[in-house]
Design a binder for this molecule. Structure first.
Ligand code: ATP
Ligand code: MG
Ligand code: MG
Ligand code: MG
Length: 479
């Protein structure tokens, strides 16, 4: 008989059918008449119940069916009388594929804390919580490609090893081919890292945007969805050293078109999760609510599904950065000195606490902030006529703050060049970027969505290490 997945069998109605199922045992309980085995293979938040006659299989075999062991079961699919499940398998044959000693297995049949699961990250795929997160993550990846594909965007792979530094942030990992036992030296006797990639200086990409723009200036609408690397040597709950970013770039789009796309895109993803991940989200929501009970009333966050609906059911507020500064300067927490970081007026960079105030307390809907001061944004953003602001946009969500950063790009060759000179960017080396403005330049726009920030929002998790299979941060790199 061909193997069926647990998720498939749970929806089956062909009772009396012979089936095979394989998976890992979550629990086994029984008496001298009958044993019940809860089996999971990663395909569902629900376990499949296997019913085994105690005398038929005998104590010796049943003892080997412990939490964590892997088994294969042939049996009959029956309607279940137990509450909370429609089907069960009456076992005819059980084979133990992989044994698991209950004395040494770190996972017990109980709820483990997220901290504990992070410590046993190599085994957490066997838990309900991480299983749910992994399935939601897959659904979101699929929805990203579906959204853009339906709109006629092309997926472009931008390079991982690159010489360009989109943000000028300097938080980069070097790539080196140098023989470090016998490296080239500078005049001062230091290792000459400017020679490190076959004679060039390169690093791991911090963003695919600049290369993505090249593709858009010919293909019209493209998106990248790849790994990005930032040497952020801090252990925040919102930053990873390796994270995934979705970056669409669109020719002939102005900032309004860009905002429309960002709003439509984020709503599409969340609607997709609500429609396709209902069981996993319901499980996560319940788990989160249990944890919320231990918190003070004013520290409790919105219930997960309510928070997701908050995004899809509201039109995002669209205001300028200057208006936001006015609102914040006149806000209670500012006047009472309750913000951790004080804003002082035009030119202040907003922190998550300010962004969340605008979303959760002031507008009570997601917010798109536009027209940031030129001084706090990257060189490639389109300059406005006022000489002070750029056509930037940040999309702000509850709980997360900034989830998207984007802008209309500077398409005027002279203005771009002038800005690069002011910021001391290497104009000769970036001839390829400037060329798109020299030859057939058009207004164009794009944005970056941090995929793990989206995952934090959709799953309600609060630590970014809990929404990526293998987190890379200063303290996590064992495998
Ligand atoms: P932040 O202010 O949170 O540090 P940023 O402004 O430095 O973010 P951008 O350069 O605008 O980030 O990158 C685009 C998006 O990538 C951000 O809106 C965010 O969703 C995500 N992001 C940025 N840095 C990280 C990181 N270290 N780990 C995970 N996601 C990140
Ligand atoms: Mg940053
Ligand atoms: Mg930021
Ligand atoms: Mg940003």
């Amino acid at each position: 008989i061909r193997r069926s997945k647990v998720a498939h069998l749970l929806k089956e109605t062909g009772f009396g059918k012979e089936v095979n199922v394989k998976g890992w045992v979550r629990t086994r309980r029984g008496n001298k008449f009958v044993n019940f085995i809860a089996l999971n293979d990663g395909s569902s938040i629900h376990n499949l119940q296997i019913v085994a006659d105690t005398t038929k299989f005998g104590d010796e075999l049943l003892r080997r069916i412990a939490t964590g062991s892997a088994i294969s079961v042939n049996g009959t699919l029956n309607e279940s009388e137990g509450s909370g499940q429609n089907v069960e398998i009456q076992a005819a044959e059980i084979e133990v594929i992989g044994e698991c000693s209950p004395d040494h297995y770190p996972l017990q049949p109980k709820k483990h804390s997220l901290e504990f699961l992070r410590e046993i990250a190599h085994l957490r795929f066997r838990t309900n919580t991480f299983g749910a997160i992994t399935r939601v993550r897959h659904a979101m990846i699929f929805a990203v490609h579906q959204f853009f594909s339906n709109k006629g965007f092309y997926n472009i792979h931008t390079p991982i090893i690159t010489a360009s530094d989109a943000e000028g942030a300097g938080e980069m990992f070097r790539v080196t081919t140098l023989d470090l036992n016998n490296p080239p030296k500078t005049e001062d006797g230091e290792i000459d890292y400017s020679q490190d990639f076959f004679g060039k200086s390169t690093h791991l990409t911090v963003s695919g945007q600049l290369e993505g723009e090249l593709a858009a200036m010919g293909m019209s609408d493209i998106y990248t969805f790849g790994p990005t690397f930032r040497a952020e040597n801090s252990n925040t709950t919102r930053h990873l050293a390796e994270f995934w970013m979705i970056e669409p770039e669109m020719a002939f789009y102005d900032l309004n078109d860009n905002m429309d796309l960002a709003e439509e895109f984020t709503k599409y993803l969340i609607n997709y999760a609500l429609a396709h991940c209902a069981e996993d989200l319901a499980f996560l929501s319940k788990r989160l609510q249990e944890e919320e009970k231990n918190k003070k009333a004013d520290e409790r966050s919105m219930e997960l599904l309510e928070k997701l609906r908050f995004v899809v059911e509201n039109d995002y507020a669209r205001i300028t950065y200057s208006e936001a500064i006015d609102i914040l300067m006149n806000s209670k927490p500012h006047k009472k000195g309750k913000f951790q970081y004080q804003i002082t007026g035009f030119g202040s960079d907003l922190q998550a606490e300010h962004e969340r105030f605008l979303v959760e307390k002031h507008f009570k809907k997601p917010v798109i902030l536009t027209d940031y001061p030129m001084s706090i944004k990257a060189f490639y953003m389109k300059q406005s006529d006022d000489g002070k602001t750029v056509r930037a946009m940040d999309v702000l969500f509850p709980q997360i703050g900034e989830i998207i950063g984007g802008s209309q790009r500077e398409d005027n060759y002279d203005k771009l060049l002038e800005r690069m000179r002011v910021l001391n960017l290497p104009e000769k080396e970036m001839y390829w970027y400037l060329d798109t403005r020299r030859f057939g330049s058009v207004p164009h726009s794009g944005f970056g969505l941090g995929f793990e920030r989206l995952m934090l929002f959709v799953t309600g998790m609060t630590n970014i290490r809990d929404v990526i299979p293998f987190p890379r941060s200063p303290k996590n790199a064992e495998f």
